[in-house]
Design a protein around this ligand. Structure first.
Ligand code: WTA
Length: 656
C-alpha cells in the first residue's frame, strides 16, 4: 500500500567534482559506504567514538540508555558546552583566530577572536551569576543578530543555566507565553535592532508584556541602537554597566551529560508551539560531527549561515557547531534586501566567504529578484553551498548551483528538525552525488527509513512516512513540561516498532535517496490519490513566471477535494502590469503546465495570485492557514509564529 503518491519526475544527477573530492573529509563513495555501513551496523559504537571528540571533565560510562521513548546518551560523564565551544581553542593556535566576523546592517564590522570571545562570555557568565542566576535556571534570550546573542547562549551554558532563545521578531505576547511556559528568571535583550535601514525598538516594543511574567527577576539590556528604552528599576539593567566591571575569569560548571542545555519553541506550521528540550553531551556530539563532515569544514573557511539564532539552525550551525570546530563564522545583523537584494552577494564578495548556508525560501526570493544581482559580485571564494528548512524545489536548486555556486560548488541539502537537533539526512560533499530536490542519504549512524502505516519499509519510489529507527545523540529529550505531548507527537504512531515519527512524508528512490514530500498534515487527497504538496508546488515553481507557490485542498463534491494553488509571480513579470485577461490566461497556462509536468491528477482546480504567502518566521509556508481559508473562509488557532500578518490579511480581503 502506498501512503502517498509520488509524481515528481527529476532525473538529473551531479557527481562530486574531482577538485573538491581531492581535499574533502570523505573523498569517494567507496570511503563513504564503508563508513556508513559500519556506523549503521552499530550506531552506538559509532557515536561513542564521536563523543570522544568532546572535552570531558569526567569520561562517560555508558553510551546509550534507551527505554522507549526516553533516551539518555553518554551517562556518567561530565562536561560543559561553553568549554567545548570556546576554552578548548585557547591553548591552541586558534586562540587568535577569528571566531566571529560580524557585519551590522549599517555596515559596521567587528571581528572577535576566540580569546576575545572567551573574555566576553566569561564576563557575561559572571554577570548572570551576580544577578543570582543558578545552574538549572531558565534564561530567555530575545535579541537580534549581534555577536552578544551567541555570547548569551554560551554564558548560560557556562553556568549551567538553560537558555530559551525567542526569535527577536516575535510579538510581546509570543515572548510572554514562551517565558512563562519555561519559567524564565532572567531575560537578555537589547534596546533595538537595525532592520531595513531603520532602528526598530526591541525591548520597548514588548516591555509591557514583561510585567506578565511573574518568574522574571532580571532583565539585561544591550545598547545597540541607542533608542529610548523603558527601564524598570530593580529589574532592568544596562548590559555594559553590569558586564564591563566583571572578571574575565569564570569557572565553568561541571555538568552531567544529560543536563538541559536549552529549550527552543518550535515555530511549527501547525498547533501551539512546543518547548523542545535538548541536553548537553548528545547534542554537542552530533552537532560537532555533522558540522565538520556535512560542511566539509577546513581550517581556512569563512562560514556564513543566514539563519537567525531564534531557530534551531541558529543554535546548531551558527553557534555551537562552528565554534566547537574552531571555525570562523560570519554573522549578519539585518535584512537580506537592505540596501538591495544583493546584500548577501556583496558580503560574500567583500569578506571572501567560502561556505554559504541558507533556506529555499530565501533562494526563491533571490531568484525572484533577478539573476543580474549575483552577477554584480565576485562569488569565486565560495566552495560549498547548503540549504535547509524545506524541500528545495529542483528549479531553485539549479539556480543556486549556477548563479551562486558558479557551477563548481557542491550543494548540501540538509534535512533535519528542531527535534532532531542536528542534521540527519544530507549528502557528504566530495563523496555522495547530488540530485536537485533531495537531501540524499542519512548520515552514518542515522537509521532513517520510509515506511507505510504498519511500519514496513516502502518499496523504491513508493511514498510513505519518514521515521528514524534508532535513537540518535542530538534527539530531543522531552517537550518541556509536557511529556504526554512528547509521546503523542513523536512516538505514538509506531509504538510497536519503537520508531520516532518525523511528521514528514517522503519516498526513497532506487539509490536510497530520500525525497521529502512535505509535512503529512499538508498532504492533499485528490480523487483518492494522496499527494505531497511539495511536489505540486515544485512543478508550479518550475514555470518561468512563478516565484513561489503553496498548494492546499478544499472540499469538492465531485472529487472529494480540489486543489487550490496560491501563486506569487516573478517581479519582472509583475512589473509589466498584467491585465485581468492576461492573468486569467496565465492561470490556464499554469494549470496546463502542471498537468504536463506531473500529470492531470495534480492539475490545480483553482489558482489565486498573491503578493506574499503567509509564512513562519523561519520561512515555512503556513498551509494550515490557507487550508482553513479556502474551506471555512476563516483562520483560527495560533498565528504567533506568522511572519507577516499583512500577507494573511490581504488574502482574507481577496477572499471576501
Ligand atoms: C522541513 C529546521 C525538506 C521538514 C532545521 C522538517 C526539510 C521541518 C528540510 C523541520 C530539507 C527541513 N528538505 N524538508 N532539507 N529541512 N525540512 O524544526 O518538513 O524548523 O520536518 O527545523 O522542515 O523544521 P524545523
Amino acid at each position: 500500500m502506498s501512503e502517498i503518491s509520488s509524481i515528481l519526475k527529476e532525473s538529473r544527477k551531479f557527481e562530486p567534482k574531482k577538485e573538491f573530492s581531492k581535499s574533502s573529509h570523505i573523498g569517494s563513495m567507496a570511503a563513504y559506504n564503508k563508513l556508513r555501513k559500519a556506523a549503521d551496523k552499530n550506531p552506538t559504537a559509532f557515536w561513542n567514538k564521536q563523543a570522544k571528540e568532546l572535552q570531558w571533565q569526567k569520561p562517560f560510562k555508558k553510551t546509550l540508555e534507551w527505554k522507549f521513548p526516553f533516551v539518555k546518551w553518554f551517562t556518567g560523564g561530565k562536561l560543559n558546552a561553553a568549554v567545548n565551544a570556546v576554552d578548548i581553542h585557547l591553548t591552541t593556535g586558534r586562540r587568535n583566530k577569528a571566531a566571529i566576523i560580524w557585519e551590522g546592517e549599517p555596515g559596521d564590522v567587528r571581528t572577535i577572536t576566540y580569546q576575545q570571545l572567551s573574555i566576553e562570555v566569561n564576563k557575561l557568565a559572571n554577570s548572570l551569576r551576580s544577578m543570582g542566576v543558578k545552574k538549572g535556571d531558565v534564561v530567555g534570550i530575545y535579541m537580534g543578530m549581534v555577536p552578544e546573542a551567541s555570547m548569551a547562549m554560551l554564558a548560560c551554558a557556562r553556568i549551567g543555566a538553560t537558555h530559551n532563545v525567542i526569535f527577536g521578531g516575535f510579538s510581546g505576547e509570543a515572548l510572554r507565553d514562551r517565558l512563562n511556559d519555561s519559567k524564565a528568571v532572567c531575560l537578555l535583550t537589547q534596546d533595538g535592532v537595525y532592520r531595513r535601514g531603520v532602528p526598530s525598538s526591541l525591548k520597548g516594543a514588548i516591555d509591557e508584556k514583561l510585567d506578565e511574567v511573574p518568574t522574571l527577576k532580571n532583565v539585561l539590556v544591550l545598547k545597540r541602537t541607542n533608542q529610548e528604552t523603558p527601564m524598570l528599576e530593580g529589574r532592568d539593567q544596562w548590559w555594559h554597566e553590569v558586564v564591563n566591571p566583571q572578571s574575565s575569569e569564570c569557572k565553568a560548571e561541571v555538568l552531567d551529560s544529560e543536563h538541559p542545555l536549552f529549550i527552543l519553541y518550535t515555530s511549527g506550521s501547525t498547533g501551539k508551539p512546543k518547548g523542545i528540550l535538548h541536553t548537553t553531551a548528545g547534542y554537542l556530539t552530533q552537532v560537532k560531527y555533522s558540522m565538520r563532515m556535512v560542511f566539509d569544514l577546513q581550517e581556512s573557511d569563512i562560514y556564513f549561515c543566514t539563519a537567525d539564532i531564534g531557530w534551531i539552525t541558529g543554535h546548531s550551525y551558527v553557534t555551537y557547531g562552528p565554534l566547537m570546530n574552531g571555525a570562523t563564522v560570519f554573522l549578519y545583523e539585518g535584512a537580506p534586501n537592505f540596501p538591495a537584494f544583493d546584500r548577501f552577494w556583496d558580503m560574500i564578495d567583500r569578506h571572501k566567504i567560502s561556505i554559504f548556508y541558507t533556506a529555499p525560501t530565501a533562494i526563491r526570493a533571490f531568484m525572484r529578484a533577478g539573476d543580474h544581482l549575483p552577477k554584480k559580485h565576485n562569488l569565486s571564494s565560495l566552495r560549498l553551498l547548503g540549504s535547509v528548512g524545506e524541500p528545495i524545489n529542483p528549479e531553485a536548486w539549479m539556480w543556486y548551483q549556477k548563479h551562486i555556486g558558479g557551477g563548481k560548488c557542491p550543494i548540501v541539502d540538509t534535512w533535519w528538525q528542531t527535534e532532531t537537533g542536528a542534521i540527519m539526512v544530507s549528502p557528504m560533499p566530495g563523496a555522495v552525488p547530488t540530485k536537485p530536490g533531495t537531501a540524499t542519504l542519512p548520515l552514518p549512524g542515522i537509521l532513517a527509513d520510509v515506511v507505510n502505516k504498519d511500519g514496513k519499509s516502502c518499496k523504491a519510489n513508493e511514498g510513505g512516512l519518514l521515521v528514524i529507527k534508532h535513537p540518535w545523540p542530538s534527539m530531543l529529550r522531552n517537550v518541556f513540561g509536557n511529556t504526554e505531548r512528547y509521546i503523542n507527537a513523536y512516538f505514538s504512531d509506531f509504538k510497536k516498532q519503537k520508531y520516532y515519527f518525523t511528521g514528514d512524508g517522503a519516498r526513497k528512490d532506487k539509490d536510497g535517496y530520500i525525497w521529502i514530500m512535505g509535512r503529512v498534515d499538508d498532504v492533499v487527497n485528490v480523487s483518492g490519490h494522496r499527494l505531497g504538496t511539495a511536489e505540486v508546488e515544485s512543478a508550479l515553481v518550475a514555470h518561468p513566471k512563478v516565484a513561489e507557490a503553496a498548494v492546499v485542498a478544499r472540499p469538492d463534491d465531485l472529487k472529494g477535494s480540489a486543489l487550490v494553488a496560491f501563486v506569487t509571480i516573478n517581479i519582472k513579470d509583475l512589473l509589466s502590469n498584467p491585465t485581468h485577461l492576461e492573468l486569467e490566461a496565465l492561470k490556464t497556462e499554469l494549470k496546463n503546465w502542471v498537468a504536463k509536468e506531473i500529470g492531470p491528477i495534480a492539475k490545480p482546480d483553482d489558482i489565486r495570485f498573491t503578493d506574499a504567502l503567509p509564512k513562519t518566521r523561519s520561512g515555512k509556508i503556513m498551509r494550515r492557514l490557507l487550508r482553513e481559508m479556502v474551506t471555512t473562509g476563516k483562520t483560527t488557532g495560533d498565528t504567533s509564529t506568522l511572519e507577516d500578518f499583512s500577507a494573511l490579511e490581504k488574502l482574507r480581503a481577496d477572499e471576501e
